[in-house]
Design a protein around this ligand. Structure first.
Ligand SMILES: Cc1cc2nc3c(=O)[nH]c(=O)nc-3n(C[C@H](O)[C@H](O)[C@H](O)COP(=O)(O)O)c2cc1C
Length: 364
């Protein structure tokens, strides 16, 4: 029987050779200019050569003030697009689709990289003013954000659209909007971060307005034949706050606004929330989106085993799976999974002798 995981998937005319995606992962590998470095080429390129169908570059800031840290990747000028072009070309040459996650950190911005300490960087030490829906800091260690005015909200939406134009210029075929993990769009969605009384806050319609405007603006900015995905935190993991019913409803609306796919993640809006642990604990969210929201769903979180990934797709819980830590451990995860599942996935030709069977003593 053909493998569900290794069957192709076509979205908006873009063909993925299989249903294995490399989840976006911040690398904190840039200088303060936000330009891609050889690290990005090697990190993303290795996973494309490792058989994944889709390789998504990390949360990439749409403006200098949208960065999480000074070492974030950015995409707000021709120079940023030019620096990413060789990465895109290499991924594509390996037969994978190149994607990028566009992001705005909001109140989680101006922060040190995790291994430096993840604390707020003061203005006089290279930090920047952070903006958010409301003047509520993420944590005691985070910067105090300034409440965004109408003009700043419009600017942030326009920055996402501009980022999408640069993504297309760089050659990406897949753009994912980071509407999750407590960053700016999620700050608008969650009543824990959004206390506004104007049209950008309050009820469901007000709090979802920013995310929906971003999706509409980005879809309008993208040329035809590009996949637009949205990553959502499906719950805040806080009783009475943003939850799966809201997120499933929003997923359907984002589909109508121009999104093709919702990647179902969770949490990270407040530091104290306690998500349940366990393999695949976010997968039921993807299944609900796929079943109830009328849009394709991506599953992510705790997916490590080929059989598990295969079952998620075969049972119709998601259209594709994304792996993060599993891909850090093994850049060839997709090739190894194909072997384990008896599916076809081509090793890069120069590596063919590593998998030739029976393995004869190497010569020459
Ligand atoms: C090193 C690292 C960096 C990450 N950076 C991002 C990011 O830039 N954007 C994002 O949406 N998620 C990010 N995540 C979360 C992953 O994409 C993924 O959702 C999460 O790790 C769960 O998947 P896993 O169990 O396969 O690791 C990051 C995770 C890791 C481990």
């Amino acid at each position: 029987m053909p493998s569900a995981l290794f069957s192709p998937l076509e979205i908006r005319g873009v063909r993925l050779r299989n249903r294995v995606g490399v989840s976006p992962m911040c690398q904190y590998a840039c200088g303060p200019d936000g330009l891609a470095t050889p690290w990005h080429l090697v990190h993303l390129g290795a996973r494309a050569a490792g058989g994944a169908g889709l390789v998504v570059a990390e949360a990439t800031a749409v403006a200098p003030g949208a960065r999480i840290s000074p070492a974030d990747l950015g995409l707000w000028s021709q120079a940023h697009a030019d620096a990413l072009r060789p990465v895109v070309d290499f991924i594509s040459a390996q037969g994978a689709v190149a994607g990028v996650q566009l992001a705005h950190a909001g109140r989680k911005g101006s922060t040190q990289a995790p291994w430096v300490g993840r604390k707020a960087i003061p203005l006089d030490a290279g930090g920047w003013e952070v903006q958010a829906p409301s003047a509520l800091p993420f944590s005691a260690d985070a910067a105090l954000p300034r409440e965004m005015g109408e003009g700043e909200i419009a600017r942030a939406i326009a920055d996402f659209a501009e980022g999408a134009r640069w993504a297309a210029m760089a050659g990406f075929r897949y753009v994912e909007l980071h509407l999750a993990h407590g960053y700016l769009a999620h700050q608008f969605l969650s009543p824990l971060a959004n206390r506004r009384q104007d049209r950008w806050g309050g009820d469901f319609d007000g709090r979802t307005r920013f995310a929906r405007e971003v999706v509409r603006a980005v879809r309008a900015a993208l040329p035809a034949g590009m996949v637009l995905a949205a990553r959502l935190s499906m719950t805040d993991w806080v009783e009475g706050s943003w939850g799966p019913d809201d997120a499933v409803r929003l997923a359907g609306l984002l589909g109508a606004d121009g999104a093709d796919l919702v990647v179902c993640s969770s949490g990270a809006i407040v530091p104290g929330a306690q998500p349940p642990q366990g393999p695949g604990m976010q997968i039921p969210f993807a299944a609900r989106v796929r079943r109830e929201a009328g849009i394709a769903a991506g599953a992510v979180g705790g997916i490590t085993e080929p059989g598990q990934a295969q079952a998620i797709v075969a049972e119709g819980q998601a259209d594709l799976v994304f792996l993060a830590r599993g891909m850090l451990k093994d850049p060839n995860w997709a090739l190894h999974a194909a072997e384990a599942l008896g599916a076809q996935a081509p090793w890069p030709r120069p590596y063919a002798r590593a998998v030739a069977r029976p393995l004869r003593p190497a010569a020459g």
